[in-house]
Design a binder for this molecule. Structure first.
Ligand code: ADP
Ligand code: MG
Length: 604
């Protein structure tokens, strides 16, 4: 019998532990930014090279460290933030476990320069794979600069796991947004490969949202604010019409920290009931303050889940506050229409909850339809973006969807449908008598399918129209790079696009037929957002997603009167599609009203 147990050498144990804290460049960025904030910095610079692979550097003007702390901070469990177990219940700092720097030092080459205000000279420490290589006095500004070079240089397995630079960079950007959004009193800058991506001055939270997401957000949000014993709430929620198919722009913070909390998110979303379709999600930027002893702080540093003692009252308050904001401010914007009218603005009683106004903007409301609302919600989707989730895609790839229930008009016994035979119902459906019954085709979904297949096939790109005045579209630096990667597919789709040398501006001189100039920037923004979504999900082909969005955007709308020729064209083109029964998003395109079905309807 031989002994088989080894004690792992420290270097290996450290690397394993490090993997829990730092699994990709973005998590190292998070740790460094949090340390800078804990040090009381008012100005923080983030510099990355090659999406953090070769360099992540954070420079702050915080309190700095003494000579001996500069060395000690790389030891495991070295923290200045808690002293005894009780402190855990009053945590106000971002970090407290004393693990981050030790972990980072185990898997990278780190250079620290730091100086405290009352010292003339600072100190510089170089450390590599947990081994201190050098420490000497240096002259540097007050504060701390920490540079991480060659992350995972000694952990090839992790290094190989890293995604393309564009993906790692978008993770870093997300970390940057999650931190900068809620720390609007601190100024931040962010350089990537020598380019300035963000330059954020200390300002209001609303200004910060606009700096990060675009000035248009100023008009898209309502403020929320409430003080109560269990929670104080401050922030912004989007107007109903800016809801999206993805949850990307939902930011919830507790005590200055980004969290994910499905229940509290649901509380906000519940306030929108009846205002937006169920599959849509309103963007929001909401900050909660909670007594730290009423929440579970003993969470893993890289996780964003939190638990609260007062979860149910928080849910109720958050929903009520959001409802109030949606109700009050929708009303307020109507009042602004008529500034001469005097209103009594005396505050409402404390527990008064105005009714959420019902906004009915379903343009395809069909008074004769007895369909359940689930089907109707699809009709809201017209000018919004397709789902980034899996729903719909499964259907799309699932050939089994072509069941006998759904007529496959390709195989129709009587392929020549005479123009005179077609007619339009409610300006939204094309009806064609066939020997089996009345074929009813959703014009929008059918056209979406046709365009999608045309885009996906290489032979027949869409007709392009030359723009009278070329349109300049501008993106953030990171988005511009993603956009450049999509350009080939866009040109295939009928766009003519060129990037202006050395800038993030793209000149569009031609677009596929029927796309209006005003829709252009919005469509391109949508494409970039979805492209990022597709990259992160991995399983969906980015190109497919792109073509799907273009097809949806350009398809003939519901409620559009069509002439005989146009109807005939759609029916014929649909017949030539390789899949004619299901739209790219998974919705059913057509149905046949057989004598039997009509009989059932009559007696229902
Ligand atoms: P934690 O943040 O959990 O305490 P870290 O490993 O992130 O653990 O940092 C260890 C310690 O190093 C901190 O507690 C703090 O005292 C010091 N430190 C780290 N970064 C900075 C910084 N930018 N400025 C001043 N002190 C810092
Ligand atoms: Mg820390």
């Amino acid at each position: 019998m031989s002994d088989i147990i080894n004690i792992l050498p420290d270097s290996v144990a450290n690397q394993i532990a490090a993997g829990e804290v730092v699994d990709r460049p973005a998590s190292a960025v998070k740790e460094l930014l949090e340390n800078a904030m804990d040090a009381g910095a008012t100005n923080i610079q983030l510099i990355v090279k090659d999406a953090g692979r070769t360099l992540i550097q954070v420079i702050d003007n915080g309190c700095g460290m003494s000579d001996s702390d500069a060395r000690l901070c790389f030891e495991r469990h070295a923290t200045s933030k808690i002293h005894k177990a009780d402190d855990l219940f009053a945590i106000r700092t971002m970090g407290f476990r004393g693990e981050a720097l030790a972990s980072i030092a185990a898997i990278a080459q780190v250079e620290l320069k730091t100086r405290q205000a009352d010292n003339e000279l600072g100190t510089q420490v170089e450390i590599e794979g947990s081994t201190v290589k050098d420490q000497h006095p240096c002259s540097c500004p007050v504060g701390t600069s920490l540079a991480i070079k060659n992350l995972f240089y000694n952990v090839p397995a992790r290094r190989n796991f890293l995604k393309k630079d564009t993906i790692e960079l978008s993770h870093i950007e997300e970390v940057f947004r999650r931190i900068t959004l809620i720390h609007n009193d601190i100024s931040f800058s962010f350089h990537s490969n020598g380019r300035l991506l963000y330059d954020l001055r200390a300002d209001t939270m609303l200004q910060r949202v606009c700096q990060l997401f675009g000035d248009a957000y100023k008009d898209r949000l309502f403020p929320v604010e409430e003080e109560s014993d269990v929670v104080s709430i401050k922030g912004y929620v989007a107007k109903a019409e800016y809801a999206k198919r993805t949850r990307g722009e939902q930011y919830l913070f507790v005590n200055g920290r980004f969290i994910k909390h499905p229940m509290l998110t649901a509380a906000i979303e519940k306030a929108y009931t009846d205002m937006i379709p169920e599959s849509y999600h309103p963007p929001f930027f909401v900050s909660l303050s909670v007594d730290p002893s009423r929440m579970d702080v003993n969470i893993h540093p890289t996780k964003t889940e939190v638990r609260f003692v007062d979860e149910s009252p928080m849910f109720a308050i958050l929903r009520a506050v959001t409802k109030k904001a949606l109700g009050q401010y929708s009303l307020a914007s109507e009042i602004e229409f008529n500034p001469s009218t005097e209103f009594d603005f005396s505050p409402a009683p404390k527990d008064y909850m105005p009714q959420t106004p019902r906004i009915n903007y379903n343009p395809n409301y069909n008074p004769f339809s007895s369909q359940k609302s689930g089907n109707q919600t699809n009709r809201h989707a017209d000018n919004l973006t397709p789902s980034a989730g899996m729903h719909g895609w499964e259907d799309f790839f699932d050939e089994k969807k072509q069941t006998s229930e759904q007529p496959d008009i390709r195989k129709s016994e009587n392929p020549t449908i005479q123009s005179s035979d077609c007619f339009q119902i409610l300006n939204s459906y094309i009806a064609c008598p066939t020997p089996d019954g009345l074929l009813i085709v959703d014009q929008r979904l059918a056209h979406e399918r046709i365009l999608f297949e045309r885009l996906s096939s290489h032979e027949k790109p869409l007709a392009a129209q030359q723009l009278l005045f070329p349109v300049n579209c501008q993106f953030s630096a990171a988005d511009a790079d993603i956009f450049e990667e999509m350009m080939g597919d866009l040109i295939h789709s009928g766009f003519a696009i060129e990037r202006m040398k050395g800038s993030n501006v793209f000149v569009v001189s031609a677009t596929p037929d029927e796309l209006s100039d005003s829709e252009l920037q919005e469509l391109l923004d949508t494409l970039i957002r979805e492209c990022k979504g597709a990259m992160m999900e991995k399983f969906v082909d980015r190109r497919t997603r792109l073509f799907m969005t273009i097809a949806r955007r350009m398809s003939v709308k519901s409620q559009k009167p069509l002439c005989q020729e146009e109807m005939q064209q759609i029916i014929n083109d649909l017949r030539n599609c390789s899949m004619s029964t299901v739209a790219p998003g998974g919705e059913t395109i057509s149905t046949i009203l057989t004598a039997e079905k009509i009989g059932q309807l009559m007696n229902a």
